[in-house]
Design a protein around this ligand. Structure first.
Ligand SMILES: *[C@@H]1O[C@H](CO)[C@@H](O)[C@H](O)[C@H]1NC(C)=O
Ligand SMILES: *[C@@H]1O[C@H](CO)[C@@H](O)[C@H](O)[C@H]1NC(C)=O
Ligand SMILES: *[C@@H]1O[C@H](CO)[C@@H](O)[C@H](O)[C@H]1NC(C)=O
Ligand SMILES: [Zn+2]
Length: 479
């Protein structure tokens, strides 16, 4: 009998690591009560509730049951799963989503123009958009939705699917004008001009007046590791660095560094530069995998965090970056350890993927955390045995995609795992995520079923990525 009891306990414990979520009372589709471990900036709240009502969060904590009963909610109980705000990916080139990752030639360059334009004797590796741009954007947004990301800043948009924080037309229900602005060439240097002692870039470089009028400017600055990359920051952070106009127009330095600016990459900046960024309340968007793959290194992010800079994570793009936010987090952790011998605790990493990103894009009043009044952009992750020893934040941010149990944007269910099919509404289909089936409800927004759409694209880089994505760009620092 003793042995039987012991076996039963072992059995129960083994099962407990994987039990996940289930619907315990099927009620209204508009009102859902989630019970489980909720991730907040104050820590993980165990055995707590979130009440979702008409697309928004109506209650959080231990006292939501009476209201849920009054409203005839559908009750969902999660064991060993974690409930997180949907991830917010602050940097993507989403129209590159049907391109395979670049092959690793082992060559690291010093500046983006080296690989973009083949500058200074380097190989040109810029890839054109593959096939239809709008199909590529939809495909990329699906890839992010499936891995728990509900908002992106990606330079192109499809309606529905992820929220596009850089397009008023792409914000989706609950968010309103104004949107952020995504910019690749604030110095008007698309033609590949490199400068190191002056600001003679293009004639239409961003001035302090232009930048000051932009609600939130999320711009590539200093993408490289050389003096030319560092120079870009000088030209955007000083009114006196270059006061001599260029003959063809432009050529002056400006100081645009302010709370409405988020610097994408910022790899060429010095510690003194980051001190200025911190002092001015500007933000930084960090894409470690793409940095490491292209340039061999990335930011010493703990320096930025200790200086008080709001840092948000972003995947950059499929050719040299991470396919999902989880893979970006895995890279961010490992490269910070290898290059700087520093750890990033999982709550800090999670904040870079949620609330920090919402702040950098200026939507923190509506998304980025699970508090009353915010939109119900929610993702739930089950805990596979390999993650069961980790803290609740790690179980969310490092989860493989097959652990995604629910993805909801403004209360609308887009992905539902086993046991939660009853939450799905509208045109849904059952699709394999590795070895597990999930229900996805994207047909209305996609304009086709997922399966038809995948067939039409015919063999492009997958949008469902269970385990480690194929041909993933390396995150091994080389300098
Ligand atoms: C472009 O898309 C086709 C499928 O339409 C795919 O076979 C091919 O590998 C893609 N090209 C690149 C460079 O990724
Ligand atoms: C200059 O840049 C602004 C955006 O910063 C853009 O709206 C405008 O069209 C550009 N003008 C030219 C001549 O390229
Ligand atoms: C990285 O930043 C930390 C501060 O968090 C600092 O102590 C350390 O010296 C920096 N490392 C390098 C190599 O710059
Ligand atoms: Zn970029």
């Amino acid at each position: 009998m003793c042995l039987a009891t012991l076996l039963w306990i072992i059995f129960a414990c083994t099962r407990a690591t994987n039990v996940g979520c289930k619907i315990t009372t099927q009620g209204s589709a508009e009102t859902v009560l989630l019970t489980g471990t909720i991730l907040t900036s104050e820590g993980a709240l165990h055995d707590s509730h979130i009440l979702i009502q008409a697309g928004k969060i109506a209650c959080v904590g231990k006292r939501c049951i009476p209201e849920a009963k009054t409203r005839k909610a559908t009750f969902v109980h999660c064991t060993n799963s974690v409930i997180s705000p949907g991830f917010i990916n602050l940097h993507e080139h989403i129209d590159s989503s049907t391109i395979n990752p670049l092959l690793d030639h082992g060559v690291k360059v010093n500046h983006r123009h080296d690989w973009r334009m083949g500058a200074r004797g380097n190989e040109r590796r810029e890839t054109d958009i593959n096939g239809s741009a709008i199909d590529a954007v939809k495909w990329g947004e699906l890839r992010h939705i499936f891995s728990g990301t509900t908002s992106i800043v990606g330079g192109a948009m499809a309606s529905g699917l992820t929220r596009n924080l850089d397009y008023v037309a792409g914000l989706e229900a609950g968010l309103h004008n104004p949107s952020s602005t995504w910019a690749v060439f604030p110095l008007d240097d698309a033609n590949g001009v490199l400068r190191s002692r002056d600001c003679d870039y293009g004639p239409n470089a961003t001035t302090s007046e232009t930048a000051g009028r932009i609600y939130r400017y999320i711009a590539h600055v200093g993408e490289g590791v050389d003096a030319e990359a560092a120079n870009e920051f000088q030209c955007l952070s000083s009114e006196t660095y270059d006061v001599t106009p260029a003959p063809a127009g432009g050529g002056l330095s400006y100081d645009i560094i302010a709370p409405n600016i988020a610097l994408v990459h910022a790899l060429g900046l010095t510690e003194a530069d980051f001190n200025l960024v911190a002092k001015r309340g500007a933000h930084v968007v960090w894409s470690p995998r793409s940095n490491v793959f292209l340039y061999g290194k990335t930011l010493n992010v703990t320096y930025l965090l200790e200086a008080g800079i709001n840092v948000a994570l972003g995947t950059d793009w499929l050719p040299s970056g991470s396919a999902t936010m989880a893979r970006e987090a895995v890279c961010a952790l490992s490269v910070t350890k290898k290059s700087y011998e520093r750890a990033i605790d999982s709550k800090t990493m999670w904040e870079m993927m949620t609330i920090n990103a919402a702040r950098a894009a200026s939507f923190e009043e509506h998304i980025g955390s699970l508090v009353i009044g915010k939109l119900a952009d929610i993702v739930i992750f089950s805990t596979s045995p390999s993650l069961s020893y980790y803290d609740p934040f790690a179980r969310a941010i490092y989860a493989p995609e097959e652990n995604v149990e629910l993805v909801m944007r403004g209360g609308k269910v887009l992905v539902a795992g086993a046991g939660l099919e009853g939450l799905a509404t509208g045109a849904c289909e059952s699709v394999a995520f590795g070895e597990v089936m999930k229900t996805i409800c994207v047909e209305e927004e996609l304009g086709a079923s997922y399966v038809e759409f995948e067939k039409k694209l015919g063999g492009v880089y997958p949008a469902i990525l269970s385990g480690v994505p194929p041909d993933e760009p390396s995150c091994e620092p080389t300098r």
